[in-house]
Ligand binder design. Structure first.
Ligand code: NAD
Ligand code: ZN
Ligand code: ZN
Length: 343
């Protein structure tokens, strides 16, 4: 089969590999679609990635093609989404549902498909049966990004949930793949007023269609504009889906007292956190959190939101063979919503 593989640092290619064989507790999934995440670019650009070669792709959906000998409760042909965070399922944190913070992996990233194990940018992928979630009648191509581009912001919203009332303001910095889902999730589940920030006007127009009440083009006056929109106090929650120096500074400058900065983006910026009297650094009572992925319960909830048409991924479809070009387009900021590769 064809697979888009990370061969060496900075080098990923579409190559031929054997179709994998599911172990007793695994299923073989025929991939319908595989979303392309900005994290795939981060992985490609890392000086070192511990598992190489590795098939990329952590946003996969498709149909079950084959069941391992010990798998029950699933049938060949079932339409499924593949969960992102392959925790151990046995530790106390996994037992509480938080497999995205599984104890086995200490302080490292919890692996998953395309994140340590062979992923979904291929014709087939194998996974433990317990990491599948039924999609019902959702189209696997449109639904594939739900497993990260919607799951991660959904979990991020849950982490800040106590700060998100209909009286709250929520800033979403970066309305790309994850951010355009965050706008919809905030609108669907919280009632908070959403202020979207991006470099690109087209992204902001899209965010407005999806529920953002205000949009601000990122620039030198962004913080002042957001403070104007929030009575000079700032937003109760600022979600940063970029994580670069200027966006983290913006988060610091626009978070309200007792607010929550939620840093999802991984652009290696540093959130300024001087231990000093405001106005230096964060205002009184404000905190910061760095969530990863989401729980399997979150994924069920995300799928239900999509089935009820409360959220929808804006997708661009591309053949798997074009994976290298799609990665370049994502890097150049030329993808609207989420690109999905189709094997
Ligand atoms: P994307 O490329 O689809 O979207 C990024 C958006 O941010 C684009 O619309 C871009 O125009 C905008 N942007 C870039 N710089 C900006 C700036 N200075 N100010 C305002 N807007 C700016 O990326 P994505 O796939 O949505 O991923 C976003 C980030 O989240 C990446 O860093 C990715 O690695 C990370 N991520 C984290 C997790 C997690 O669990 N923590 C999960 C998935 C992705
Ligand atoms: Zn991702
Ligand atoms: Zn665990």
């Amino acid at each position: 089969m064809k697979a888009y593989r990370l061969i060496a640092a900075h080098d990923a290619q579409v190559v031929d590999v054997d179709v994998p064989e599911p172990a007793a507790d695994e299923v073989l999934l025929k991939v319908g679609g595989a979303g392309v995440c900005h994290s795939d670019l981060h992985i490609l650009h890392m000086a070192e990635w511990p598992q190489m070669p590795m098939t990329m792709g952590h946003e996969g959906a498709g149909q079950i093609a084959k069941l391992g000998s010990g798998v029950t409760g699933w049938d060949v042909g079932d339409n499924v989404l593949l969960y992102l965070c392959w925790g151990c399922g046995r530790c106390r944190t996994c037992a509480a549902g938080y497999e995205n913070y599984c104890e086995v992996y200490k302080r490292e990233i919890v692996p998953g498909p395309g994140l340590g194990f062979d992923g979904s940018m291929a014709e087939y992928v194998v996974a433990q049966a317990r990491f599948l979630v039924p999609l019902g009648d959702l189209d696997p191509v449109d639904a594939a990004p739900l497993t990260d581009a919607a799951l991660t912001p959904y979990h991020a919203v849950n982490i800040a949930r106590s700060h998100l009332a209909p009286t709250s303001r929520a800033v979403v910095i970066g309305v790309g793949g994850l951010g355009h889902m965050a706008v919809q999730i905030l609108t669907a589940v919280t009632g908070a007023q959403v202020i979207a920030v991006d470099l690109e006007q087209s992204r902001l127009d899209h965010a407005k269609q999806l529920g953002a009440e205000h949009t601000v083009v990122s620039g030198p006056d962004t913080a002042a504009e957001i403070l104007d929109l929030t009575d000079g106090r700032g937003a109760e929650v600022v979600f940063d889906f970029v994580g670069a120096e200027p966006t983290l500074q913006l988060a610091t400058d626009t978070i309200a007292p007792y607010g929550q900065v939620v840093v999802v983006g991984l652009a290696e910026g540093t959130l300024p956190f001087p231990a000093a009297m405001p106005p230096m650094g964060l205002p009184w009572g404000a905190g910061a959190v760095k969530p990863y992925g989401g729980t399997r319960a979150d994924l069920h909830e995300v799928i239900r939101l999509a089935q009820r048409k409360k959220i929808k991924v804006t997708t661009e479809r591309h053949p798997l063979a074009d994976a290298p070009r799609v990665m370049e387009q994502l890097e150049a900021g030329k993808i609207a919503g989420r690109a999905v590769l189709i094997p």
